[in-house]
Design a protein around this ligand. Structure first.
Ligand code: PEP
Ligand code: MN
Length: 331
C-alpha cells in the first residue's frame, strides 16, 4: 500500500482478496503496510485500487524476501551505519563477551582499524552444556559501555523469544544464530521487535529454507534483515564448516536483502579467516563478521578461530585492496 493509504483503502484490498477466495495477510512495516495474498493470487484485480502503490508477483515461495519485491535492494540502518547499497560492513569483536578488560583489549583496536559494528555474545548457544554459556545481561552492559567509548553499535545474539525485549534494549542489531534459524517463535518475536536482524544460515539449511526464515521476520513486521552465510555441514572435516560462498551471488539474485559472510565460524581456524574474508569481498558480499580476541589461547569460546588485533589490522589493509578491485571500500 502507499505510505498515504487510509485504513479504509487497506480494508478494501483485504475484502477484495477475501472475495477472490484468498486469505490475505496484512503486514505492517514502519513506513507502510503490505497485503500478502498467497499463494498465486491474480494480482491484476488489485492494481488500480485506491491506496495500492504496487502489485508484485513472486515466482517462488518467498514474497517479501524475493528480489522481485524490491529490485533496488534493501539497505539496513544499524545504529546509524548503513548495511547494503554498495557499502562493505566489517563487524568485529570477540565470540563471547568475557570481561571488561577483554572487550577493552579488542573493541577500540578493531574500531580504529575500520570495523564499524562490534560483535560479542552475551547469551551463547553452546553445543555442550558444560561450555561457557555467556555473561548474560552483564555481557550486554559491558558492550554498551564499549559502545559509549568507541561509538560502535552492538550486534549480539538472542537465544530465546522471551529475551528479545531485553536484548533489544542494549543491542542495535539482533543476531539469530545458525542453531536457531528455524526457531519460528524466535523469528516471529524478532519480527516484532523493531531492531534490525542478522539472520545466520542454518548449518544444514538450503538457501530456500534460509530465505523462508527471513520471510518469517519480514512478515511479522520487520523489513530490516541482513543475511549471514556462516558455513554449512558437508562431508569435509578439515574445516569446521564449509563456507558456501556460492550462496552469496545466488542469494543476491534471489533476494533484495544484504548478505554478509562470517568466515570465522565457518573456518574454525584463525589462519583460514583472512583468505576467506578476501574471498567474501571478491564474490560481492555486503560485509563480514570476524571473531577477534587478544589472547585466543585462553578464550572462553571459539579461541581457535579468533584472529588477534594485529592480525585483524593487517587483514583490513589487505581487504581494502580487494575491495578497491571491486570498486568498493570499507564503509
Ligand atoms: C556466533 O556468531 O557467535 C555464533 C554462535 O555463530 P553461529 O550461530 O554461526 O555458530
Ligand atoms: Mn563463536
Amino acid at each position: 500500500m502507499s505510505t498515504t493509504a487510509t485504513g479504509g483503502e487497506l480494508a478494501d484490498v483485504v475484502s477484495c482478496a477475501e472475495a477472490g477466495g484468498w486469505s490475505p495477510r496484512v503486514v505492517r512495516w514502519p513506513r507502510h503496510s503490505l497485503v500478502v495474498v498467497a499463494p498465486h493470487a491474480d494480482g491484476a484485480r488489485f492494481s488500480g485500487m485506491a491506496g495500492v502503490a504496487r502489485v508484485v508477483g513472486s515466482p517462488g515461495p518467498h514474497f517479501l524476501a524475493a528480489r522481485d519485491f524490491r529490485p533496488g535492494s534493501t539497505v539496513v540502518d544499524v545504529g546509524g551505519h548503513v548495511v547494503g547499497a554498495g557499502t562493505f560492513t566489517v563487524i568485529a569483536g570477540p565470540c563471547a563477551v568475557e570481561s571488561r578488560e577483554q572487550l577493552a583489549a579488542v573493541v577500540p583496536v578493531v574500531a580504529s582499524a575500520g570495523a564499524v559494528l562490534m560483535r560479542g555474545g552475551a547469551f551463547k548457544p553452546r553445543s555442550s552444556p558444560y561450555s561457557f554459556q555467556g555473561l548474560g545481561v552483564e555481557g550486554l552492559r559491558l558492550m554498551a559501555e564499549q559502545r559509549r567509548l568507541t561509538g560502535l553499535p552492538i550486534v549480539t545474539e538472542v537465544l530465546r523469544p522471551e529475551d528479545v525485549g531485553l536484548v533489544a534494549e542494549y543491542a542495535d542489531m539482533l543476531q539469530i544464530g545458525t542453531r536457531n534459524m528455524q526457531n519460528f517463535p524466535l523469528l516471529q518475536e524478532v519480527g516484532r521487535c523493531g531492531r534490525p536482524v542478522l539472520l545466520k544460515r542454518g548449518m544444514s539449511a538450503t538457501v530456500q529454507e534460509w530465505l523462508l526464515a527471513a520471510e518469517y521476520v519480514l512478515v511479522h513486521g520487520n523489513p530490516n534483515v541482513v543475511l549471514c552465510e556462516r558455513g554449512i555441514r558437508t562431508f569435509e572435516p578439515s574445516s569446521r564448516f564449509t563456507l558456501d560462498l556460492t550462496a552469496v551471488p545466488v542469494v543476491k539474485r534471489m533476494s533484495h536483502l544484504p548478505v554478509i559472510v562470517d568466515p570465522s565460524h565457518a573456518a574454525g581456524q584463525a589462519y583460514v579467516v583472512a583468505p576467506m574474508t578476501l574471498a567474501a569481498a571478491a564474490v560481492g558480499a555486503d560485509g563480514v563478521m570476524i571473531d577477534v580476541h587478544s589472547d585466543p589461547e585462553n578464550a572462553l569460546c571459539d579461541g581457535g578461530q579468533a584472529v588477534t588485533p594485529p592480525e585483524f589490522k593487517q587483514l583490513m589493509v589487505d581487504l581494502a585492496r580487494v575491495l578497491a578491485a571491486t570498486r568498493r571500500a570499507v564503509t
